[in-house]
Design a protein around this ligand. Structure first.
Ligand SMILES: [Zn+2]
Ligand SMILES: [Zn+2]
Length: 325
């Protein structure tokens, strides 16, 4: 078995023992695993819960072995949260707010390996017309759907997204899919903005917007969002950023004066009735959302450290980098 192990920025491939299924867990063969912005501080800044760790929480593959023979050979993606199922939030199926959760790719080893044990409750099966590459992006697609649902987008909505990274582009794709009148993207990086344009989005043309998604996590963008939001408009905060986010006194007053609605969003819903993951799979299967177009790099697992080199060096343009097996 091959896996990428991260320890204080050192990457190596190691071999480990043969896996056998248990009562709840199947042996899952990973076919594609995306690198997420949230993985980077764990590789470069030593912020992981433990080392050595196998990162990767955006992955898809196939059930290789299970005590439930019906599951063997099934293609699936993986909901990465392992909730406690006891706390007040778990009782409402609000798994992302569980007070004592485990997580594939951060609190335990994740998908940047050829195979691992996965709790069978965390499998979400995918139809034949959804590729492994697309399926590895269902996690960010679902996270963005969850964010987009916070606002009330209709066919009159003028939507603006700050940040043309993977999340920004997926937010824009969902806004378009939900029928927004216009969807524009603002990003100071010309290459990123040009990439957004190749996907059919336009740059910010000015004026006040009904709904703004802040997907950069940068204070300047949030201040601009407040200025560019219409009275009674909505701002959804999606980007994490790395530094403190400050709002000027003037712009703080604008939030009040314009009576803006500002929402936070986190992760996705994976409930029996409201399931962002299933909706995302359906949208991908129907060609409404095309996440594969955001994958600029496919890197084989054996060369997996290259994925992080590209990010570390920052010499070449990338959007989503996906490690394939
Ligand atoms: Zn992520
Ligand atoms: Zn819980």
């Amino acid at each position: 078995m091959k896996c990428l192990v991260y320890q204080d920025g050192h990457r190596e491939i190691v071999k480990s023992e043969k896996l056998t299924p248990t009562k709840n867990e199947c042996v899952f063969e990973v076919k594609a695993c995306g690198i997420c912005g949230s993985d980077l501080p764990r590789v470069f800044n030593g912020t992981s819960y433990y080392y050595p760790i196998v990162l990767g929480h955006e992955f898809a593959g196939v059930v290789k072995d299970s005590l439930n023979s019906n599951l063997i050979g099934k293609r699936a993606c993986v909901f990465p949260i392992l909730p406690c199922k006891k706390c007040e939030f778990c009782k409402k199926e609000q798994w992302a707010n569980c007070v004592n959760y485990d997580y594939y790719g951060s609190r335990r080893d994740g998908g940047l390996q050829s195979e691992l044990l996965i709790n069978e409750n965390n499998l979400i099966f995918i139809p034949d017309n959804v590729s492994y590459l697309s399926a590895s992006m269902i996690e960010p697609v679902a996270v963005c759907l969850h964010a987009v649902k916070k606002a009330k987008i209709n066919k009159k909505s003028k939507v603006l997204v700050y940040g043309a990274g993977t999340i920004g582009l997926l937010l824009a794709s969902w806004a378009k899919a939900l029928g927004a009148k216009t969807v524009e993207i603002s990003d100071p990086n010309e290459e990123r903005l040009n990439f957004a344009k190749t996907l059919g989005f336009q740059g910010y043309s000015g004026g006040e917007m009904d709904v703004i998604f802040e997907a950069s996590g940068v204070g300047v963008a949030l201040n601009d969002a407040i200025i560019n939001c219409k009275p009674f408009g909505e701002i959804v905060l999606v980007g994490h950023g790395k530094k403190d986010v400050n709002i000027t006194h003037q712009n703080f007053a604008l939030i009040l004066r314009k009576q803006l609605k500002i929402y936070g969003t986190w992760n996705s819903d994976f409930k029996k009735k409201v399931n962002d993951w299933q909706e995302s799979i359906d949208a991908i299967s129907n060609g409404i959302i095309e996440p594969e177009k955001l994958i600029t790099h496919k890197i084989s697992l054996k060369d997996g450290d290259k994925a992080f080199k590209i990010i570390e060096e920052g010499k070449e343009f990338y959007n989503k980098i996906t490690v394939v097996n």
